[in-house]
Design a protein around this ligand. Structure first.
Ligand code: MG
Length: 228
């Protein structure tokens, strides 16, 4: 337990939350794109898994930060694979972080506005909501695909600002992507929090550019205290 919170909760009215790597364990997505999909490409094309991994690395880098990177239809067309049925094969890996529900429930009880803002495709979002019941804890779930731009883009933040009318000075945004946090900072969101351990199978990352969280449960007493 820390003696001080990472966030000045009394200043926060709106909390914008990423999904993958922030509320859910990124291990599912890492394993899916970097292991399972290369295995399927290799089997389909008669390549080695190493060749298929090198191909995926190149293709992922080509569209990094764009809507395509997150777009399941794009990958389905490019790879000729049924992406959603492949996800279902390993759906048991879709897991909440152990600290997510206490955090979300403390936020809900505090009366702050909580909105999920994910770059995940609607189909991927639906599967994760189905398996985690995330929508029992957050009422508003936004996929940036509905805006046609990602969180890396200032256009997204401008569109979101018009839609949900948050005060950037009283808003906290939590994401595991450093480039996305920089985009939010450029837009003017005052309170930014990174995730030190988005993937349960990887070591902590040593984030230095933003305050970063290891366990949301450390913040819960501070959120609750402000509430009481
Ligand atoms: Mg993320």
């Amino acid at each position: 337990m820390y003696s001080n919170p990472l966030v000045p909760w009394h200043e926060i009215e709106t909390v914008l939350l990423d999904m993958d790597g922030t509320l859910l364990d990124l291990h599912f997505d890492s394993y899916f794109w970097l292991e399972l999909i290369p295995q399927k490409i290799a089997a389909k094309n008669g390549q080695s898994v190493a060749e298929a991994k090198a191909f995926m690395d190149l293709e992922l880098a080509r569209v990094a930060g764009t809507l395509q990177w997150y777009c399941l239809d794009y990958w389905q067309d490019l790879l000729g694979l049924d992406i959603m049925s492949a996800k279902r094969e390993i759906q048991h890996l879709i897991q909440m972080r152990p600290d997510t529900i206490p955090f979300l429930d403390a936020l809900r009880d505090s009366g702050k506005e909580v909105v999920l803002v994910t770059n995940a495709h609607r189909d991927g979002l639906s599967l994760k909501v189905e398996l985690t019941a995330l929508d029992n804890h957050i009422t508003r779930l936004i996929s940036t695909h509905d805006y046609g731009v990602t969180k890396e883009s200032q256009d997204l933040w401008e569109a979101l600002y018009k839609d949900i009318h948050f005060d950037p000075q009283a808003t906290l945004f939590v994401d595991d992507s450093v480039p996305i946090l920089h985009a939010a900072k450029t837009f003017g969101i005052k309170h930014l929090l990174c995730v030190e351990n988005p993937d349960s199978k990887q070591p902590n990352r040593g984030i230095t550019e933003f305050p970063s969280i290891i366990d949301y449960r450390n913040e819960v007493p501070f959120i609750t205290r402000e509430n009481g």
